[in-house]
Write a protein of this length. Structure first.
Lengths: 340, 157
């Protein structure tokens, strides 16, 4: 079963050819990070335009690198949502056109279910049930993946996504984009106990998240002590590394605690994580420690497959096909910005 | 044009203010929220949504990623966040006209990005951070009728 996966939900234009959900024949990602960097984040219209320019070359390259032609494919898979509608439409339209012209089935994939496949691309998938923390710039949710292969959201953010908090704090500190990578790098040289930022746990027993409070706390900190002073122009009254480490520790504390609480509540033995923030070194380190201590088996994606990619879409499409067969009436598919 | 300043000491009080605003909102109203990162714009919108009758179990999450979120209440609420938008041309693929000039009420974060498309008939709310939890809200009314409808908000809190 040879599937071409296409992903354009945010700022990566990606295509990949994957055999039977496991064997990666090609994995092409055209990133727009450099395009959006001056804006401190993704600009939707700009993203859509860049996707239009990139989509066909990216698909062609994915087929070339896989050493196959479009006619060899058994199906085309594409991200239907959630994401930016304009961006999603580019991938969806290309996928529909391709599937129609080739007379091949089209599979519509939920972006978050795609992410959840990323941890199992290079290793055996554990037996369900398991808990998966999907954490990125647009999402922070805990999923319970059940033995029938479906997933249920058991907790999610009530305000900001964790990655969004990283981006906005980086913006407050004048650090640039993508904020998560920059803060992670600074934090490695900082003291995580230097400043006590709030950990929002919400009401007892809740598996939901809230990261708006910590963003506000950093905003207030910057208001009080000033933003970092550029080198040679004076002295910053605190160590930027300490601030980054303290902020990161507060975010990671809550992510880890809630994930473990979910694992305990649903009595699972396996925990997975996925999404851009799953590449964060401190989150990986803390999850490893805590899961080992509790004898939970942890599954993390390779760094490359934490961020958006099309391999995970092709892999998720294969599982979807095993479970439900092909999507009926694929040409009627529409992009969906928010999926519940 | 009349202004009204309301100060709050804790998030609960800010939420109550949001709810009071939401209770008075009507279809076609536009509320522009001005304030820096962390000022509490989305948080206030959560209160406004409750005042509009959006069920409490539906949280008002940050629209930074999706730009426009919709909620069903007594009146449909469009929650716009233009944080990522450089200028209004970049909004073309999104239904922002429907959100601002359609049949619902709109709350707009980072309204400066709309430039001349921001309607004059609106309520501006300028939020200032006083300390970690305390805020001040300065309401400016773009029309006489908005002033009449919202001018005595402080007396009901």
């Amino acid at each position: 079963m040879l599937i071409l996966g296409i992903e354009t939900s945010c700022d990566e234009t990606a295509a990949a050819v994957v055999r039977s959900g496991r064997e990666i024949l090609s994995d092409v990602v055209a990133s727009q990070i450099a395009v959006h960097s001056p804006y401190g984040g993704v600009v939707p219209e700009l993203a859509s335009r860049k996707h239009v320019e990139a989509i066909l070359p990216v698909i062609r390259e994915a087929l070339d690198r896989a050493g196959c032609c479009a006619g060899d494919l058994d199906a085309v898979a594409v991200t239907q949502g959630p994401g930016l509608v304009g961006a999603l439409l580019v991938g969806l339209s290309a996928a529909k056109g391709l599937a129609y012209a080739l007379d091949k089935p089209l599979l519509a994939v939920n972006h978050l279910e795609g992410h959840m496949e990323a941890a199992f691309l290079d290793k055996e998938r554990p037996e369900e049930p398991f808990i998966c923390l999907v954490v990125s710039g647009g999402h922070t949710s805990l999923y319970l993946v059940t033995p029938d292969g479906s997933s249920r959201c058991v907790g999610s953010t009530r305000d900001d996504a964790a990655g969004e908090a990283y981006d906005k704090v980086a913006k407050l500190l004048g650090l640039g984009y993508p904020g998560g990578v920059i803060i992670d790098r600074l934090a490695r040289r900082g003291n995580p106990a230097a400043f006590d930022f709030p950990r929002s746990r919400l009401e007892k027993g809740s598996l939901d998240f809230s990261f708006s409070g910590i963003k506000t706390a950093v905003a207030y900190f910057v208001k009080r002590y000033g933003p970092p002073v550029p080198e040679g122009k004076g002295e910053t009254p605190y160590r930027l590394e300490d601030l980054a480490a303290s902020f990161q520790e507060a975010v990671v504390d809550v992510l880890v605690e809630k994930t473990l609480e979910a694992a305990e509540r649903y009595r699972v033995r396996h925990v997975a994580t996925a999404g851009g923030v799953a590449a964060n070194s401190r989150l990986r380190e803390r999850l490893e420690e805590e899961c080992a201590y509790r004898r939970l088996q942890l599954h993390v994606p390779s760094i490359r497959h934490c961020t958006d990619n099309a391999v995970m879409i092709a892999a998720a499409a294969y599982r979807l096909w095993l479970r439900e067969g092909f999507t009926p009436d694929p040409l009627d598919l529409d992009a969906v910005s928010r999926m519940l | 044009m009349k202004e009204l300043t309301i100060t709050t000491d804790c998030p609960e009080a800010s939420r109550t203010l949001g709810r009071a605003i939401g209770e008075r909102l009507r279809a076609g109203d536009v509320v522009a929220l001005w304030g820096e990162l962390g000022a509490g714009k989305t948080f206030l919108t959560g209160g406004i949504a409750q005042g509009l009758g959006v069920p409490e179990e539906i949280p008002v999450t940050s629209p930074t990623f999706t730009i426009i979120n919709e909620y069903e209440g007594r009146v449909r609420l469009y929650h716009l966040d233009l944080y990522r938008i450089g200028d209004v041309d970049e909004l073309e693929t999104l239904p922002w006209r429907e959100a601002l000039f359609g049949s619902g009420a709109a709350v707009v974060e980072w309204p400066e990005r709309l430039g001349g498309y921001l309607p004059d008939e609106r309520v501006d709310i300028h939020i200032e951070i006083r300390d970690v939890t305390a805020r001040s809200f300065r309401l400016v009314f773009g029309t006489k009728s908005l002033e009449e409808r919202f001018g005595d908000l402080d007396k009901t809190l």
